[in-house]
Design a protein around this ligand. Sequence first.
Ligand SMILES: [Zn+2]
Length: 154
Amino acid sequence: MTEAPCPCGLGLPYPECCGRLHAAHAADGSLTAPTAEALMRSRYTAFARLGEVEGAGATGAADVAATVAYLRATWAPEHRPSTAELTPGPGDPAPAFTRLAVLAVEGGGPFQDVGEVEFAAVGRGPEGRFRLHERSRFRRESGVWLYVDGDVTA
Ligand SMILES: [Zn+2]
C-alpha cells in the first residue's frame, strides 16, 4: 500500500510531510513548523483535507476537529476565526483544493521572527475551478510560527 503524496506538493507521503506537524499538535498541542513556508504548507494541507470531507469520506469527524484545531492554533489570535466558522457543514462544504504553488518567500526562516509567503492555490468549487493567489504574512512568537493575515490578488 502506498501513501498518497502530501497535498502541499513537496512529493513526500502525507505522514512524513505536513502530517508530522498535524500529528504533533494533535498529540500534545505542540506547534513545530520550522519556517513560515512550512507552516503555510501545513495550513494549506489542513484546508485541503477539510475539502475532502464530503467527497472521499476519508476524513472522519475527529480528524476534522483536529484539523480545525490546528488551523486555529496557527492563526494569530487577533484574526483567529471560531471553530464553527472553520468547520465545514452539510450545506457549507470547504473548497476542494487540488494544487499549491509557492511563488515567493521573504524572511520566515528559523532565525527570523517575520516572514511573507506568496502562493497560488487551485481548487474546485460549486462554480468550477478557482485559483486563490495570496501573499500571506507570518510572525513567530515564543518560537512558534503563526499566520497573521494576507493580501489576496487576482
Ligand atoms: Zn506537505
